[in-house]
Design a protein around this ligand. Sequence first.
Ligand code: NG6
Ligand code: CA
Length: 501
Amino acid sequence: MTRRDFLASTSAAMLVAGRATAATARPNIVFIYVDDLGYGDLSCYGATRVSTPNIDGLAKRGLRFTDVHTSAATCTPSRYTLLTGEYSFRMKGAKVLPGDAPALIQPGRVTLASMLKQQGYRTGVVGKWHLGLGNGNVDWNKEISPGPKEIGFDESFIIPATGDRVPCVYVENGRVRNLDPKDPIKVDYNGPLDDQPTGKTRPDLLKMKPSHGHDMTIVNGISRIGYMSGGKSALWDDDNMADELTGKAVSFIERNAKQPFFLYFATHDIHVPRSPHPRFSDSTTMGRRGNVIAELDWCAGKVVSTLEKQGLLKNTLIILSSDNGAVVDDGYQDEAVAKLGGHRPNGPLRGGKYSNFEGGTRVPFIVHWPASVKPGVSDALIGQVDLLRSIAKLTEASLPSGAGSDSENMLDALLGKSKKGREVLVEQATGLALRSGNWKYIPPSKGPKVQPNTNTEMGHDPEPQLYDLSKDLGETKNLAAQNAEKVAELAAKLKAIQAAR
Ligand code: NG6
Ligand code: CA
């Protein structure tokens, strides 16, 4: 080989290597954020009465985590933290929001989306928002702002709050989709807007009755939380919602295949009202709650097959997780309790959605990225709060000071290069709890042991609680009395974190 040939071949090799580094440094990122999916709800996490082959495939070819936590045991605070990298207890108002709440994250705030946008990603959100819209008194008949766009999403197709809260319309890039201006939408959370029938006054009109709450405006034979009128042509079809949202997620990927993109795909499944498409009605013997898990698996499969068809699967970082633990009866008579059989939605964990026990915040978490992540299982303790700083590291973004103040760089653990997770992590439900290694500390708190309607064990106790999760994952033996020093140490740590800014 002549010197010239040698130089040409090495620089070509360097170029290829350089490209490879640039590509793996900027993978596409798809975050599938499932609603209310519990630690035991997927077959790759031990479920046997429902099969989730598409998600299991992600786990098999990727990394399955056993100790990853949402920020809180409900939706809005978890989503707030996911996007901002700040514990939600620091944000007044980060609690389950009504459908007419103003935007919780102010324009200009650094978020996962704005950071990736700045790094040259095309950013999009599809699905459940539940982070508030507008500045108060939203006029649903005009352009709605601020919203996703003002915090970094180039494109959005969202459910404003939840499936069980009005308004029951999709908002696409700031406008209610399919709205007829002659039939304007009004929303009120204080009382009925006219003499419209409600779930309370006309239960005979319902195809799915509430078990608690959810007795206000009726849309598609399902009564919701809150009141709305008008907007008939814009109302969503519950049975079609998973198809609709998945179609939007797929089209986002297809349209942006030629550039790095970040898709935040926040499914409505498996939240109430559980309304699987009729083609899933025989998918499990668990009724609606089981069938929406099967539907969710189909949605994840569609995203994966789209990436595959586009030749993008290898260099796309897919993360699938949930926003809080599982709940069985969350307000509708959908036979979820009766048909549960031996299924344990929160697996071996105690408590669930709303609870201070592990079932509140410990959720499925799967990382799939064939170009960079070797298959396996990781027990690292990580919070979804860490995604901001970890993805900043991955994409070589620098965060301004003050951004993501509670977020730690866990990139090596997330990619399976290290087994080391966090030292400590705050878990939030009705109060705060602290994980430190395998210790779990719950400060004394007032409140019902069991939440009456959902039947959730809340983790309230007037005495401090301390569990050793290495031996007692189900938090059954309170070791606080024998370990006063540990309790004092963890109580002090939690206080210090609360006081820090
Ligand atoms: C509760 C609702 C519940 C659900 C939850 C929010 C009642 C009685 N219960 O207040 O059905 O909507 O809020 O869920 O109204 S979350 O996943 O969005 O946090
Ligand atoms: Ca939720």
